[in-house]
Design a binder for this molecule. Structure first.
Ligand code: URA
Length: 429
């Protein structure tokens, strides 16, 4: 088949800072998906985009071409409105687990298509797979049925949604082209728009444990994604949220499930509860149900009922014992004082090295591995008391995990007690 464009011309145009035309973008995404643009050509183009950017028209067209590379789901037949949340990924970010049942208990259907973890940020599916029997793979029909019946589904995204992104994301991962606003925004939004949700809330993380370390960069990403969502007719809001320190007290698969169940039972760490409810309020409002306060369905146990039904519907046993790691190691506070800093990236890398995460897509994860924190920034500590407990099945992993934690926390005299930053930094709509 003769091709409409030559890949080298498209790459050279972006290399030389020219704008790509709509036709060029449509062609390059389609041809890459079909295999007519080679991986090395797409990696050169991704790097040219990384270095020279794209304007709003190019971004919108790029996202649209990625959506058109695959199927689109349609939830319009459901009896309730839909709302979804996407997080750009952080350490200890288990929010989806309590959030989906809370929002479903408010009468809004939550189709949460999730991924597995790569690198130091955990994946929602890895966390849920620590529940005995639970399975991530559902057909579109099973997903629709569960959405109507239970109201919430957390499952693996099928291969039919935005296949161009699937290929391109894997390529970016190995070519140093992940952290680029136009490429991240189009990657996330092509999947979310193809998924067919009526409203969307984006949790854009800012800080050491996030993709976006700087507030300005995170704001630009949030604004770009909100614009793409709105242009596609999806009610879209973003919250910029703090990822300098881990969310909650756990980072690791089964450890995070346990903490999420504590939240659903009315307890759990204050920051997890606060962020879950902030996102739930946005999701419920975006779906037109501002008449219901998510805090009420959390307090009266309706959200816990939905959780149990959601886990059972996917083969899981909500009453089963969760796996625990074979070995633990305590990290003790080296001195008296106030914990002024606990770095999200250091904790995330430690959890990853303990076996909670994977370095390559095909690697297995340990269900019980991870880091359990006994204190959060602002706490007063006595020297020698436990600061955190490391969990793993393979004790030889402790050394590398401890190396990751070097410099990852600071204990200072009481007089230097820090002002703690808010969880929700800014709202973009
Ligand atoms: N998550 C995605 O789905 N895509 C990106 O590019 C980054 C994070």
């Amino acid at each position: 088949m003769s091709e409409a464009f030559d890949a080298v011309d498209v790459i050279s145009a972006k290399r030389d800072r020219a704008e790509l035309s709509d036709a060029q973008i449509d062609w390059v995404i389609d041809a890459y998906t079909r295999g007519a643009v080679a991986e090395e050509q797409m990696s050169a183009l991704a790097m040219a985009i990384y270095l020279n950017g794209m304007n709003p028209r190019e971004i919108a067209r790029w996202a649209d071409a990625m959506i058109r590379s695959g199927e689109r789901l349609d939830f319009s037949g459901l009896s309730r409105p839909t709302s979804d949340k996407h997080s750009t990924g952080g350490v200890g970010d288990k929010i989806t687990l309590p959030l989906a049942p809370i929002v479903a208990a408010c009468g809004v259907a939550v189709p949460q298509l999730s991924g597995r973890g790569l690198g130091h940020t955990g994946g929602t599916l890895d966390k849920l797979e620590s529940i005995p029997g639970w399975r991530a793979d559902l057909t579109n029909e099973q997903m629709m049925h569960q959405l109507e019946d239970v109201g919430a589904v957390i499952c693996a995204a099928g291969s039919g949604l935005a296949p161009a992104d699937k290929k391109l994301y894997a390529l970016r991962d190995v070519t140093g082209t992940v952290s680029c606003v136009p490429l991240i925004a189009t990657s996330i939004m092509s999947k979310k728009i193809a998924e067919g949700t009526g409203s969307l809330v984006l949790d854009v993380k800012v800080g050491s444990g996030a993709f976006m370390k700087e507030l300005g960069q995170a704001r630009e990403l949030a604004e770009t994604m909100v614009r793409l969502g709105k242009d596609a007719g999806v009610h879209t809001v973003a919250l910029l949220t703090n990822m300098e320190t881990p969310l909650g007290l756990t980072a690791g698969n089964a450890l995070e499930v346990r903490e999420s169940v504590e939240v659903l039972a009315g307890g759990g760490p204050a920051d997890v509860v606060e962020l879950t409810l902030a996102l739930a309020r946005e999701m419920v409002a975006g779906a037109g149900r501002s008449d219901i306060d998510p805090a009420d369905v959390l307090a009266d146990g309706r959200a816990m009922d939905v959780w149990r039904r959601m886990i059972k519907a996917q083969g899981g046993d909500p009453d089963a014992e969760l796996p625990t790691a074979k070995e633990t190691h305590q990290v003790l506070a080296p001195a008296d004082g106030v914990l002024v800093q606990l770095d999200a990236l250091a904790v995330g890398v430690a959890a990853w090295r303990l076996g909670a995460g994977r370095a390559r897509k095909e690697d297995p994860v340990q269900a019980g591995a991870g880091v359990e924190l006994h204190h959060k920034p602002g706490a007063t500590l006595r020297g020698g008391e436990p600061l955190m407990t490391l969990h793993t099945d393979e004790p030889e992993r402790f050394t590398r995990a401890l190396e990751a934690l070097e410099g990852g926390f600071t204990i200072a005299p009481e007089s230097s007690r820090p002002d703690l930053p808010p969880i929700v930094i800014e709202r973009v709509s």
